[in-house]
Design a binder for this molecule. Sequence first.
Ligand SMILES: NC(=O)c1ccc[n+]([C@@H]2O[C@H](COP(=O)([O-])OP(=O)(O)OC[C@H]3O[C@@H](n4cnc5c(N)ncnc54)[C@H](OP(=O)(O)O)[C@@H]3O)[C@@H](O)[C@H]2O)c1
Length: 337
Amino acid sequence: MTQSLENADLDFEPLGRTGIHTSELQFGTWRFGRTTEAGNLEITEERAHELLDAYADAGGRYIDTADVYGGGDSERWIGDWLDERERERYTIASKIYWRIRDGDPNSVGTNRKNLRHRLEALLERLDTDYVDVLYIHRWDDETPTRELLKTLNGFVESGMVHYLGASTMRPNAWKVAEANAIAEANGWEPFTVLQPRYNLVDREIEGDYLEFARERGLAICPWSPLGQGFLTGKYSREADLPTDSRVAESSRFRESYLTEENFDVHDELDAVAAEVDASPAQVALAWLLHRDGVSAPIIGARTVEQLEENLAAASIELSAEQVERLTAAKAGPYQGL
Ligand SMILES: NC(=O)c1ccc[n+]([C@@H]2O[C@H](COP(=O)([O-])OP(=O)(O)OC[C@H]3O[C@@H](n4cnc5c(N)ncnc54)[C@H](OP(=O)(O)O)[C@@H]3O)[C@@H](O)[C@H]2O)c1
């Protein structure tokens, strides 16, 4: 079941079984205030506000951030932008984990001291009394699961947080299952939203993680739905690296994405894009929107043009045969017996 805003392009979808709804495409703000390896600022405050305006104008109401994005600038700029808006209309998700002070072992992870202090700081930057979803950005093996859940439950009871999320491939499915069993046994709030990496070429979650989330009704909000730009048609086997990409300078990106296997997937993506008269980026996002169990991909765009192109993916229909061809272009980790 989908619901529409009047005169808007984006629909709402249930956010798992939380009871609230998410825009079918969430907007990610990782690159707000971020400096590239070469020292360039990826998205300025002015651009950030233009992007948020364009997203909101299309009916978008779900904004994803983290306390480390842009050293806090992402949350600060969202907070300033929200000052001119009706806070209640927007769903804001943020995350805590990564180290924020050199040499301070308590400024990383999900220990109670770090979580409490950082939640207060991020609410101040966002200039709000609560975040809708608070994610643990990564799993912390040093903090006992019981302590973590008790702390997080306290945040929900205090009203500072509405729902709890776990981001990325770690924790693995069994860790979320174990954590939620502990929460339920104690009458505490469980994790209800998951944020793994998932796109046509990064298919790790197609092991038990996706199935587990579907079975339990946990929301799946994929990050890097375009493989950090790989799935947009701007990279090719033969041509030089594009000059309009901020990640091309990263050796990690080049080694993990610019592979023969991934370019084969891109060939199938190009073929389907030609059939439906859409761009590769739009079809890559539409494929995710057609995946059972996916609540809403988190789109990241560096320009308003890119954002508008990506938002239009919400209206692209793929046939079952096209979805199957794209799915088969790269095998997930589970091959069956
Ligand atoms: N939980 C986590 O650990 C985690 C990790 C990563 C991201 N995230 C979240 O997920 C969000 C999205 O991640 P992501 O930025 O990696 O998403 P993505 O959609 O895979 O990549 C976005 C990048 O691709 C390029 N691009 C996007 N649309 C394009 C288009 N139409 N044409 C050409 N190039 C285009 C842009 O970079 P260039 O122009 O520079 O090529 C853009 O910055 C983040 O903002 C963040 O909120 C979470």
